[in-house]
Design a protein around this ligand. Structure first.
Ligand SMILES: [Fe+2]
Ligand SMILES: [Fe+2]
Length: 360
């Protein structure tokens, strides 16, 4: 969580000193103040008194006029991104399924990935700057957008996409249930099942404050240091102003070697939003929170990038995310789920790991 203290902003043990822009008076992140000896700034974990805040019930929220159109576009992009991620996995990891000739075909297919995905990443890679990521976290902390329970949030997300695109292959609620059910079928623990159930609820950000699809979906990556070549379409980072910044384009950027992923800023999207919502409002174990925060962090969990920033804690997180990934990617082709039938079972799990209502 980003915390402001005078001219300093802190996330984890990483501290950035800010300068006030002479013209606008706005804070501009320029000076890193990174030191493992920096006095840790206390987090408010466990100390928040949510009842003091004024909340907006989601039913009173003013929905953007283009919600349906945006929901459909978001869903199409999200599906296309998943498709590319499936292709990549099959091409390079599942050697048994593809002979050399098929590999080539798959590789070409991946290379020719639809314009939608390439166009999406071009925009995402240009706009996910350090400045944007700081501002969006300040915005996240500044207000609460809604107060509701997990199942209600699932229905809200489903409504967004269901109403917008009846032809979409799998609805949002169905994807969540299929992921959870696949985990359950494999006899995995209840916390993992419920993690599968909620893992994409961060897509609600598209109704709560997003500037486009590029800050909701897509693979995530580290900002504040050199963009890894292991990111998808790495050449599209060329138009990101941070790639010209001497500090942000350096190997370690604002970070210390092996500072740990808890102390790096990941590009903002549905993973980071949901993690920010749940880390203080659930009793999910660290592994469950890691599955949520890192499930789109493909350059790390599949391509092995950013090893110079990770620490011992991330080894466990990596194991958890890799265990979760197949359920997310491959359960879409499973049998359809009936939300009405499954609701009682999952309501019980939800009650075990979440309060009846959460701040979103
Ligand atoms: Fe996701
Ligand atoms: Fe997903």
């Amino acid at each position: 969580m980003i915390q402001a203290h005078g001219n300093f902003l802190a996330f984890g043990s990483t501290v950035l000193e800010y300068k006030l822009h002479a013209g606008t008076g706005q804070r501009v992140a320029r000076i890193p103040k990174v030191s493992p000896k920096s006095k840790p700034i206390a987090t408010d974990r466990g100390q928040r008194n949510f009842s003091r805040h004024q909340f907006t019930s989601h039913s009173n929220l003013t929905m953007p006029a283009l919600v349906s159109y945006e929901g459909r576009e978001l869903d199409l992009t999200s599906d296309a991104i998943d498709e590319v991620n499936v292709l990549k996995t099959k091409t390079w990891n599942d050697r048994s399924e593809f002979d050399a000739a098929k590999d080539k075909a798959q590789f070409r297919q991946y290379k020719d990935a639809c314009d939608r995905v390439k166009g999406f990443y071009k925009e995402q890679h240009e706009k996910q700057t350090m400045d944007f990521n700081i501002k969006v976290r300040v915005k996240f902390n500044a207000q609460k957008r809604a107060r509701m329970g997990i199942w209600e949030a699932m229905e809200m997300l489903n409504k967004l996409v269901d109403e917008s695109d009846p032809d979409t292959s799998v609805s949002q609620i169905e994807h969540l249930l299929q992921t959870a059910e696949a985990i359950r079928r494999d006899g995995k623990p209840d916390w993992m099942q419920v993690t599968g159930l909620v893992h994409d609820l961060g897509k609600l950000w598209c109704m709560f404050g997003s500037e486009g699809q590029w800050d909701v979906v897509g693979d995530t990556f580290v900002v504040g240091c050199k963009f890894s070549d292991k990111n998808i379409y790495p050449e599209t980072f060329n138009t990101n102003p941070d790639s010209k910044d001497p500090l942000y384009s350096s190997e370690y950027g604002v970070y210390q070697p092996h500072c740990g992923l808890d102390n790096v800023m990941l590009s903002w999207g549905h993973d980071e939003y949901l993690y920010s919502v749940l880390k203080d409002q659930s009793s999910l174990p660290e592994e469950g929170l890691a599955m949520i925060r890192y499930h789109s962090f493909y350059p790390w969990h599949r391509e092995g990038a950013y090893a110079h920033l990770t620490n011992h804690k991330d080894i466990k997180a990596l194991e958890a995310v890799r265990a979760f990934n197949p359920y997310d990617l491959y359960s879409k082709s499973d049998e359809p789920c009936d939300p009405v039938k499954l609701k009682p079972y999952y309501e019980e799990l939800i009650a075990k790991f979440f309060p009846p209502e959460l701040d979103w």
